[in-house]
Design a binder for this molecule. Structure first.
Ligand code: CP
Length: 307
């Protein structure tokens, strides 16, 4: 059954049954990546364009692999060598891509709402690969997949998201997704990096990890997003690390066997110690592996709806 939506613009537009459908589809597609020949013909003849206006390692690569493992033709447009540098607008750029008969356009952009803006103008499906501080829906879906895979359920779990909540599209999408899946969400960070009124999203706010991490099932650490901040929002990297960084002592506050997550890229020794990032409870690289399966599922389900 395809997704009813033409586009994946955010977790906001999905209900619990949509999320469960994507996770179940990802589960059935995950084994394709373990085969000798990592390919199925599901999207043969479809054209997918990766259009990233911001840097990316995991999201761009895994969307490319996901498309190729489903046998689609995948084009990676390099914005820095495109006519964007000559002043071509976002809308003109995507209209020209669509004129070459694209089926799906995957976009990352610094402007919140950019994916939604282009989706209104295009027949192609649009996937939001991260827009400003707004949403990063496939990250939240792969995080959810990893939580379910490791902990076996979502309802009744407690998850703490720690770090730069204010500038994080990952935090926003995860809060929306985890709430829909029956998870109790806590957010923790310096007061200057917690947006006013975030309680209205259904989270508990903490300013000390010593309280936020008590008895949680999963800890999700976030990077300080210097590229989206003005100055003076926290005292300094060393002090931030001392007050909010995840070390082995703080991990022991969580439930026995709690998993350690991070969307990447990690800043070792700042928000997470190397011993924790590489330790036995870290699922950071599982998140990356699961990203391919989840993105295969999203591409497949959106394509099915267009057939
Ligand atoms: N998690 C994430 O979005 O990583 P990239 O910026 O490398 O895509």
């Amino acid at each position: 059954m395809p997704l009813k939506q033409k586009d994946l613009l955010g977790i906001e537009g999905l209900d619990r049954s949509d999320i469960e459908h994507i996770i179940a589809t990802a589960d059935s597609l995950k084994e394709v990546s373990t085969r000798d020949i990592k390919k199925v013909p599901a999207l043969r003849g479809k054209t997918i364009v990766n259009l990233f206006y911001e840097p990316s390692t995991r999201t761009r690569t895994s969307f490319e692999l996901a498309g190729k493992r489903l046998s689609a033709d995948v084009i990676n447009m390099s914005v820095s060598t495109s006519s964007v540098v000559k002043g071509e607008t976002l809308l003109d750029t995507v209209m020209n891509i669509e004129a070459m008969n694209s089926d799906i356009i995957i976009i990352r952009h610094s402007m919140s709402g950019a994916p939604s803006l282009i989706a209104k103008e295009l027949k192609s499906s649009v996937i939001n690969a991260g827009d400003g501080a707004h949403e990063h829906p496939t990250q939240a879906l792969l995080d959810l997949y990893t939580i379910k895979e490791r902990l076996g359920r979502t309802d009744g779990l407690k998850v703490a998201i720690v770090g730069d909540i204010a500038h994080s599209r990952v935090a926003r999408s995860n809060i929306l997704c985890l709430n829909k899946m029956g998870v109790e969400v806590r957010v923790c960070g310096p007061a200057t990096l917690i947006p006013a009124g975030i309680e209205e999203m259904g989270v508990e706010v903490y300013y000390r990890p010593e309280e936020a991490l008590k008895d949680v099932d999963a800890i999700m650490m976030l990077r300080i997003q210097m590229e989206r901040q003005g100055s003076g929002l926290f005292p300094g990297v060393r002090e931030y690390s001392r007050l909010f960084g995840l070390n082995e002592a703080r991990v022991r506050l969580a439930k026995e066997g709690a998993i350690i997550m991070h969307p990447g890229p990690i800043n070792r020794g700042v928000e997470i110690s190397p011993a924790v990032a590489d330790g036995p409870y870290s699922v950071i690289l599982d998140q990356v592996t699961n990203g391919v399966a989840v993105r295969m599922a999203v591409l497949y389900l959106l394509s099915e709806g267009r057939a």
